[in-house]
Design a protein around this ligand. Structure first.
Ligand code: CA
Length: 319
């Protein structure tokens, strides 16, 4: 299996990338063919910079990084929201300083790379998107047939049975660019939706992330420092949680290990684009009547097995 990640590389994206790189190192038949840069937690260029630096620190300097679009389809620019900067830090990595690499992003735009990867690898390709869905929507526009060519598209985003993160109904990655999210949801691709329904069940505690520093490695100290920053900010929004949700890592772990899923909703989803509930993801009655079963919204996991897989991968990555 080939994997392609579209990340807005803030803290949980970086942790998701580290986890994925390690899980794929453990499976010689699989590889990460590239990382594309989205915007959201940081500006797109900073996302690319962070992905290159994280890949380098974790021994994956062979993975190319591609620049994506800088803002939502209907917008002319993008600014990182102050609340988001508080959670991820100005550099997106919780103000942890890891070295830049000598590598630069590739010349090919992200959407072109995605479309070509779909053409080349077909059903062997899994695309994981953990940021705004603008790059993916552009790729589907460039090559509409990729919706049916790729094996699976895993999306960290949406809130179907629980409240959103931006407001009572809108989750952040969908809310950044609802039109692009709707284009992806209505593309006909085989979708695995890893949204707040399940990502608010996977929690990393401060004690657990602090323990990573005990590995006495630059990698362990980087992850522990980054997560300490993240959890400090989380304490303001989620007092009493004692840690943070690990949203993006949940998506990368489930992309590789879908057998950890214990309950899903199989129903086509749409994004509401008009009116006061703009940005809400909800069942699409029109598609539902066509008995379309291509969209799997994950609701529950085998949490014990999930944590085992996740913590094992991180422990190996920082050793
Ligand atoms: Ca993200």
């Amino acid at each position: 299996m080939k994997y392609l990640c579209d990340l807005d590389t803030g803290i949980d994206d970086a942790l998701a990338l580290v986890t994925l790189v390690q899980l794929l190192k453990n499976d010689p038949s699989s590889s990460l063919i590239g990382v594309t840069a989205s915007y959201g937690n940081v500006q797109m260029e900073q996302s690319a910079r962070n992905s290159l630096a994280v890949l380098s620190l974790f021994g994956a300097d062979d993975v190319p990084v591609y620049l994506g679009v800088k803002h939502a389809s209907g917008m002319r620019s993008f600014e990182v929201a102050p609340g988001v900067e508080l959670i991820h830090g100005r550099n997106g990595l919780g103000e942890q300083n890891i070295p830049d690499t000598t590598r630069k992003p590739e010349q090919m735009p992200a959407a072109t790379f995605m479309a070509r990867a779909a053409e080349k690898y077909g059903s062997d390709l899994t695309i994981i998107a953990t940021g705004a869905l603008t790059n993916l929507a552009d790729a589907l526009q460039l090559r509409p047939s990729m919706a049916h060519e790729v094996g699976r598209i895993v999306i960290m985003g949406t809130a179907v049975t629980v409240p959103g993160s931006i407001n009572a109904w809108t989750e952040a990655n969908v809310g950044e660019d609802p039109e692009s999210a709707q284009r992806v949801l209505s593309s006909g691709a085989h979708l695995m939706i890893v949204g707040r329904d399940v990502t608010t069940t996977t929690v990393l505690t401060k004690k657990q992330s602090d323990a990573w520093a005990q590995a006495e490695t630059a990698r362990g100290k980087f992850l522990a420092g980054m997560l300490a920053f993240y959890i400090h900010a989380y304490n303001i929004n989620y007092p009493g949680l004692g840690g943070c949700f690990i949203s993006d890592p949940t998506a990368t772990v489930l992309a590789v290990h879908p057998e950890l899923i214990t309950q899903s909703l199989y129903r086509h989803l749409k994004v509401e684009l008009d009116g006061p509930t703009r940005g809400r993801t909800i069942g699409d009655l029109a598609f539902g009547q066509k008995k379309d079963m291509q969209t799997q919204t994950v609701l529950q996991l085998n949490l014990d097995a999930f944590y085992h897989t996740f913590f094992d991968a991180v422990a190996q990555a920082i050793a």
